[in-house]
Design a protein around this ligand. Structure first.
Ligand code: 13P
Length: 260
Protein backbone atom coordinates (compact mmCIF):
# COMPACT_ATOMS: atom_id res chain seq x y z
CA UNK A 1 0.00 0.00 0.00
CA UNK A 2 1.25 3.48 -0.79
CA UNK A 3 -0.41 5.95 1.59
CA UNK A 4 1.57 8.83 0.00
CA UNK A 5 -0.88 8.73 -2.88
CA UNK A 6 -3.78 9.50 -0.56
CA UNK A 7 -3.72 12.96 0.94
CA UNK A 8 -5.36 13.00 4.40
CA UNK A 9 -8.78 14.59 4.12
CA UNK A 10 -10.60 16.19 7.06
CA UNK A 11 -14.16 17.30 6.29
CA UNK A 12 -16.81 18.99 8.42
CA UNK A 13 -20.44 18.12 7.74
CA UNK A 14 -22.35 20.89 9.46
CA UNK A 15 -25.68 19.16 8.76
CA UNK A 16 -28.68 21.48 9.45
CA UNK A 17 -26.78 23.78 11.81
CA UNK A 18 -25.69 27.44 11.79
CA UNK A 19 -27.46 30.56 10.59
CA UNK A 20 -25.78 32.44 7.75
CA UNK A 21 -24.13 34.81 10.24
CA UNK A 22 -22.92 31.89 12.37
CA UNK A 23 -21.70 30.02 9.30
CA UNK A 24 -19.67 33.02 8.12
CA UNK A 25 -18.15 33.42 11.57
CA UNK A 26 -17.19 29.76 11.86
CA UNK A 27 -15.80 29.70 8.31
CA UNK A 28 -13.68 32.77 9.06
CA UNK A 29 -12.32 31.20 12.24
CA UNK A 30 -11.44 28.03 10.31
CA UNK A 31 -9.86 30.05 7.51
CA UNK A 32 -7.75 32.06 9.97
CA UNK A 33 -6.88 28.99 12.00
CA UNK A 34 -5.58 27.07 9.00
CA UNK A 35 -3.47 29.77 7.34
CA UNK A 36 -0.29 28.08 8.52
CA UNK A 37 -1.52 24.55 7.98
CA UNK A 38 0.77 22.64 5.66
CA UNK A 39 -0.78 21.58 2.39
CA UNK A 40 -0.39 17.90 3.18
CA UNK A 41 -3.90 17.79 4.61
CA UNK A 42 -7.02 18.64 2.63
CA UNK A 43 -9.69 20.56 4.55
CA UNK A 44 -13.36 20.81 3.61
CA UNK A 45 -16.41 22.37 5.20
CA UNK A 46 -19.99 21.54 4.16
CA UNK A 47 -22.47 24.18 5.41
CA UNK A 48 -26.22 24.09 4.69
CA UNK A 49 -27.26 25.21 1.18
CA UNK A 50 -28.25 28.75 2.24
CA UNK A 51 -24.78 29.44 3.57
CA UNK A 52 -22.80 28.08 0.64
CA UNK A 53 -22.49 31.38 -1.19
CA UNK A 54 -21.78 33.54 1.88
CA UNK A 55 -19.20 31.00 3.08
CA UNK A 56 -17.60 30.81 -0.38
CA UNK A 57 -16.99 34.56 -0.12
CA UNK A 58 -15.38 34.13 3.29
CA UNK A 59 -13.14 31.29 2.08
CA UNK A 60 -11.69 33.25 -0.85
CA UNK A 61 -7.90 33.09 -0.71
CA UNK A 62 -7.97 30.14 1.67
CA UNK A 63 -7.03 26.51 1.07
CA UNK A 64 -10.19 25.40 2.89
CA UNK A 65 -12.58 23.89 0.37
CA UNK A 66 -16.34 24.10 0.20
CA UNK A 67 -18.86 21.27 -0.20
CA UNK A 68 -22.61 20.71 -0.25
CA UNK A 69 -24.44 18.06 1.74
CA UNK A 70 -26.76 16.75 -0.95
CA UNK A 71 -27.98 17.36 -4.50
CA UNK A 72 -30.46 16.13 -7.06
CA UNK A 73 -29.20 14.54 -10.27
CA UNK A 74 -31.06 16.56 -12.92
CA UNK A 75 -29.50 19.79 -14.21
CA UNK A 76 -32.69 21.83 -13.81
CA UNK A 77 -36.46 21.50 -14.02
CA UNK A 78 -39.55 21.07 -11.88
CA UNK A 79 -37.96 19.52 -8.80
CA UNK A 80 -39.19 21.74 -5.99
CA UNK A 81 -36.73 22.20 -3.18
CA UNK A 82 -33.77 20.54 -4.88
CA UNK A 83 -30.35 21.83 -5.94
CA UNK A 84 -28.58 20.59 -9.05
CA UNK A 85 -24.89 19.77 -9.50
CA UNK A 86 -24.28 22.73 -11.88
CA UNK A 87 -25.82 25.08 -9.28
CA UNK A 88 -23.59 23.59 -6.61
CA UNK A 89 -20.55 23.97 -8.85
CA UNK A 90 -21.43 27.59 -9.52
CA UNK A 91 -21.48 28.26 -5.76
CA UNK A 92 -17.84 27.23 -5.59
CA UNK A 93 -18.18 23.68 -4.27
CA UNK A 94 -15.49 21.11 -5.02
CA UNK A 95 -17.30 18.31 -3.20
CA UNK A 96 -20.81 17.12 -2.32
CA UNK A 97 -21.77 14.50 0.25
CA UNK A 98 -24.13 11.88 -1.18
CA UNK A 99 -25.89 8.97 0.47
CA UNK A 100 -25.41 10.15 4.03
CA UNK A 101 -27.20 7.77 6.40
CA UNK A 102 -29.50 10.59 7.52
CA UNK A 103 -30.63 11.00 3.92
CA UNK A 104 -30.92 7.27 3.45
CA UNK A 105 -33.10 6.87 6.55
CA UNK A 106 -35.14 10.11 6.79
CA UNK A 107 -35.47 10.78 3.06
CA UNK A 108 -35.52 7.19 1.81
CA UNK A 109 -32.54 7.58 -0.51
CA UNK A 110 -31.56 4.39 -2.26
CA UNK A 111 -28.22 3.22 -3.63
CA UNK A 112 -29.58 3.84 -7.12
CA UNK A 113 -30.27 7.48 -6.28
CA UNK A 114 -26.83 7.83 -4.75
CA UNK A 115 -25.19 6.50 -7.91
CA UNK A 116 -27.21 8.92 -10.08
CA UNK A 117 -26.18 11.82 -7.87
CA UNK A 118 -22.53 10.77 -7.99
CA UNK A 119 -22.67 10.53 -11.80
CA UNK A 120 -24.31 13.95 -12.16
CA UNK A 121 -21.78 15.58 -9.84
CA UNK A 122 -18.80 14.05 -11.65
CA UNK A 123 -20.23 15.30 -14.94
CA UNK A 124 -19.86 18.92 -13.76
CA UNK A 125 -16.51 18.47 -12.02
CA UNK A 126 -17.71 18.11 -8.44
CA UNK A 127 -16.33 15.18 -6.45
CA UNK A 128 -18.91 13.10 -4.59
CA UNK A 129 -18.23 11.89 -1.06
CA UNK A 130 -20.20 8.65 -1.10
CA UNK A 131 -21.29 7.53 2.36
CA UNK A 132 -22.02 3.96 3.42
CA UNK A 133 -22.47 2.29 6.79
CA UNK A 134 -24.43 -0.31 8.71
CA UNK A 135 -27.01 0.19 11.45
CA UNK A 136 -26.57 -1.37 14.88
CA UNK A 137 -28.86 -4.36 14.17
CA UNK A 138 -26.75 -5.21 11.10
CA UNK A 139 -23.53 -5.05 13.09
CA UNK A 140 -24.94 -7.13 15.92
CA UNK A 141 -26.39 -9.59 13.43
CA UNK A 142 -23.00 -10.07 11.74
CA UNK A 143 -24.21 -8.44 8.51
CA UNK A 144 -21.83 -5.45 8.40
CA UNK A 145 -19.84 -6.68 5.41
CA UNK A 146 -22.93 -7.67 3.41
CA UNK A 147 -24.59 -4.30 4.01
CA UNK A 148 -21.46 -2.30 3.24
CA UNK A 149 -20.76 -4.36 0.11
CA UNK A 150 -24.33 -3.83 -1.13
CA UNK A 151 -24.13 -0.08 -0.56
CA UNK A 152 -20.69 0.26 -2.18
CA UNK A 153 -21.69 -1.76 -5.26
CA UNK A 154 -25.05 0.02 -5.62
CA UNK A 155 -23.78 3.53 -4.96
CA UNK A 156 -20.83 3.26 -7.35
CA UNK A 157 -22.85 1.53 -10.07
CA UNK A 158 -21.79 2.72 -13.52
CA UNK A 159 -18.72 4.65 -12.36
CA UNK A 160 -15.52 4.01 -14.31
CA UNK A 161 -11.96 3.76 -13.00
CA UNK A 162 -11.36 7.31 -14.18
CA UNK A 163 -14.44 8.47 -12.25
CA UNK A 164 -13.27 6.65 -9.14
CA UNK A 165 -10.10 8.69 -8.97
CA UNK A 166 -12.34 11.70 -8.26
CA UNK A 167 -14.63 9.94 -5.78
CA UNK A 168 -14.16 9.84 -2.01
CA UNK A 169 -15.80 7.12 0.08
CA UNK A 170 -16.89 7.57 3.67
CA UNK A 171 -17.54 4.72 6.07
CA UNK A 172 -19.97 5.95 8.68
CA UNK A 173 -21.37 3.22 10.92
CA UNK A 174 -24.82 4.55 11.76
CA UNK A 175 -24.56 3.44 15.40
CA UNK A 176 -21.54 5.73 15.82
CA UNK A 177 -23.09 8.89 14.38
CA UNK A 178 -23.91 11.53 16.96
CA UNK A 179 -23.91 8.91 19.70
CA UNK A 180 -20.45 9.47 21.15
CA UNK A 181 -19.82 5.78 20.38
CA UNK A 182 -16.88 5.73 17.98
CA UNK A 183 -15.93 2.57 16.17
CA UNK A 184 -12.56 1.53 17.58
CA UNK A 185 -9.68 2.20 15.21
CA UNK A 186 -9.44 -1.56 14.63
CA UNK A 187 -13.17 -1.96 13.94
CA UNK A 188 -13.06 0.93 11.48
CA UNK A 189 -9.86 -0.31 9.81
CA UNK A 190 -11.42 -3.73 9.28
CA UNK A 191 -14.31 -2.26 7.30
CA UNK A 192 -12.08 0.21 5.45
CA UNK A 193 -9.82 -2.65 4.33
CA UNK A 194 -12.91 -4.61 3.29
CA UNK A 195 -14.09 -1.63 1.23
CA UNK A 196 -10.68 -1.26 -0.39
CA UNK A 197 -10.79 -4.92 -1.35
CA UNK A 198 -14.13 -4.33 -3.06
CA UNK A 199 -12.49 -1.45 -4.96
CA UNK A 200 -9.63 -3.77 -5.97
CA UNK A 201 -12.19 -6.24 -7.38
CA UNK A 202 -14.07 -3.49 -9.21
CA UNK A 203 -11.29 -1.21 -10.41
CA UNK A 204 -7.96 -2.95 -9.88
CA UNK A 205 -5.21 -2.38 -7.37
CA UNK A 206 -3.77 0.83 -8.80
CA UNK A 207 -7.09 2.71 -8.63
CA UNK A 208 -8.11 1.15 -5.30
CA UNK A 209 -4.92 2.33 -3.65
CA UNK A 210 -5.60 5.88 -4.76
CA UNK A 211 -9.19 6.21 -3.51
CA UNK A 212 -9.55 7.93 -0.17
CA UNK A 213 -11.85 6.41 2.43
CA UNK A 214 -12.91 8.68 5.27
CA UNK A 215 -14.22 7.47 8.60
CA UNK A 216 -17.20 9.22 10.20
CA UNK A 217 -19.01 8.72 13.48
CA UNK A 218 -18.18 10.63 16.68
CA UNK A 219 -14.72 11.66 15.51
CA UNK A 220 -13.23 14.00 18.12
CA UNK A 221 -9.82 15.52 18.87
CA UNK A 222 -9.28 12.72 21.41
CA UNK A 223 -9.70 9.86 18.94
CA UNK A 224 -8.72 11.33 15.57
CA UNK A 225 -5.02 10.50 15.75
CA UNK A 226 -5.58 6.81 16.48
CA UNK A 227 -8.17 6.56 13.70
CA UNK A 228 -5.96 8.36 11.19
CA UNK A 229 -3.09 6.05 12.14
CA UNK A 230 -4.86 3.09 10.55
CA UNK A 231 -3.51 2.13 7.12
CA UNK A 232 -6.84 2.35 5.26
CA UNK A 233 -8.33 5.37 7.05
CA UNK A 234 -7.51 8.38 4.91
CA UNK A 235 -9.63 11.05 6.50
CA UNK A 236 -12.54 11.96 8.71
CA UNK A 237 -16.07 13.12 7.99
CA UNK A 238 -17.03 14.99 11.12
CA UNK A 239 -20.40 16.17 12.38
CA UNK A 240 -20.61 17.50 15.93
CA UNK A 241 -16.92 18.29 16.41
CA UNK A 242 -16.87 20.35 13.20
CA UNK A 243 -19.34 22.89 14.59
CA UNK A 244 -16.80 24.68 16.80
CA UNK A 245 -13.62 26.15 15.34
CA UNK A 246 -11.47 25.00 18.27
CA UNK A 247 -12.34 21.32 17.95
CA UNK A 248 -12.33 21.30 14.14
CA UNK A 249 -8.89 22.94 14.07
CA UNK A 250 -7.60 20.28 16.46
CA UNK A 251 -8.92 17.60 14.10
CA UNK A 252 -7.13 19.24 11.20
CA UNK A 253 -3.88 19.08 13.15
CA UNK A 254 -4.34 15.38 13.93
CA UNK A 255 -0.68 14.72 13.11
CA UNK A 256 0.38 16.50 16.26
CA UNK A 257 -1.97 14.48 18.40
CA UNK A 258 -5.15 16.38 17.54
CA UNK A 259 -4.38 18.82 20.34
CA UNK A 260 -2.66 22.23 20.04
P1 13P B 1 -20.85 12.99 14.29
O1 13P B 1 -19.41 13.36 14.13
O2 13P B 1 -21.67 14.06 14.96
O3 13P B 1 -21.02 11.64 14.92
O4 13P B 1 -21.48 12.88 12.81
C1 13P B 1 -20.83 12.10 11.87
C2 13P B 1 -21.45 12.32 10.54
O5 13P B 1 -22.57 11.93 10.30
C3 13P B 1 -20.65 13.08 9.54
O6 13P B 1 -21.24 13.02 8.29
Amino acid sequence: MNPEARKPFIAGNWKMNKTVAEARKLALEIKNGTLNESDDVEILICPPFGSLYPVSEVLKGSAVKLGAQNCYWEKNGAFTGEMSPPMIRELGCDYTIVGHSERRSYFRETDEWVSKKARALLDVGVSPIVCVGEVLQDREGGRTNDVVRGQVLGSLDGLTSEDMLRVVLAYEPVWAIGTGKTASPEQAQEVHAFMRNILIDLYGLDVALRVRIQYGGSVKPENVTALMGQPDIDGALVGGASLEAASFLKLVSFKTGGID
